[in-house]
Design a protein around this ligand. Structure first.
Ligand code: IPE
Ligand code: IPE
Ligand code: MG
Length: 254
């Protein structure tokens, strides 16, 4: 656990280590142009490439992008299958470039629901980039915050059954270790494009103390300047983690 008065508290003026983004508004972007929704998703991929480039250049440690939620299966079949194809083709076309740029790729979510071919591609891409030391790019695909907590509980219960975990050992840190983000720092900054101001089952547990930034800009129009605005907004905030503002200032002057 991080020390309550440790580095987590005094972050003002500092870049976020971990940025989590709900990339929303692709469909509306396309509809505004009288185009099919999938064209919005294609345009969304272009925006992703620019934001990834930016984060790598700015030495952000982790960028987590919500690409497909566990609830997105409820969409029309055609859109779901086109999204799967886009995910697969993007993975295929981008992995070498990510690797060259020292980016480590991680896919989080319930991958068992994906076609086997896609699961294989995911494992191969993760393995290829596993030892990279630059930006960690986390793609949440068939991810849900509630699913994440449920799979952690299942694994903890399995551990108790085998005796590997003592019941009394269950605390926040232990639960943290069983989430799919166990080895990553908590998100410092959460961004949602597209005008909605909700979490839509993204990283529920992990967002406990994250700073939120919402914009009406639709994801395909989200550019590096907007990213900089979100980061500047983050830098101007005082994170208190339950302390008083005075305690934070006193600590900063030490
Ligand atoms: C986000 O854009 C991308 C995915 C959920 C895959 P949307 O497709 O939700 O776009 P809107 O909200 O309909 O405009
Ligand atoms: C959240 O967007 C999921 C992704 C961006 C992948 P949605 O568009 O699915 O969210 P809701 O349904 O408006 O809450
Ligand atoms: Mg949406």
């Amino acid at each position: 656990m991080s020390d309550a008065l440790g580095s987590k508290v005094i972050v003002n003026g500092v870049n976020p280590k971990h940025i989590a983004i709900i990339m929303d508004g692709n469909g509306r972007w396309a509809q505004k142009r009288m185009m099919p929704r999938i064209m919005g998703h294609h345009a969304g991929v272009k925006a992703v490439r620019k934001i990834v480039e930016y984060c790598a250049k700015e030495h952000i440690e982790v960028l987590s992008l919500f690409a497909f939620s566990s609830e997105n299966w409820r969409r029309p079949k055609d859109e779901v299958s086109l999204l799967m194809e886009l995910f697969m083709s993007t993975l295929q076309s981008q992995v070498d470039k990510l690797d060259k740029n020292n980016i480590r790729l991680r896919i989080i979510g319930d991958k068992s629901a994906f076609p086997e071919k896609l699961q294989d591609k995911i494992s191969a891409a993760e393995a290829q980039t596993a030892n990279n030391t630059g930006l960690t790019l986390v793609i949440a695909a068939n991810y849900g915050g509630r699913w994440d907590i449920a799979q952690a509980v299942q694994n903890i219960v399995a551990g108790i059954k085998t005796g590997a975990i003592a019941e009394q050992a269950i605390n926040e840190e232990l639960i943290d270790q069983y989430l799919v983000t166990a080895d990553l720092p908590e998100p410092d900054l959460f961004i949602r494009s597209g005008g909605e101001e909700r979490v839509s089952n993204f990283l529920l547990w992990q967002l406990a103390y994250t700073e939120f930034f919402f914009t009406d800009v639709l994801w395909p129009d989200f550019d590096q300047a907007m990213m900089q605005r979100a980061i500047d907004s983050f830098k101007g905030r005082q994170r208190r983690f339950g302390h008083t503002g005075e305690q934070i200032i006193d600590k900063r002057m030490l």
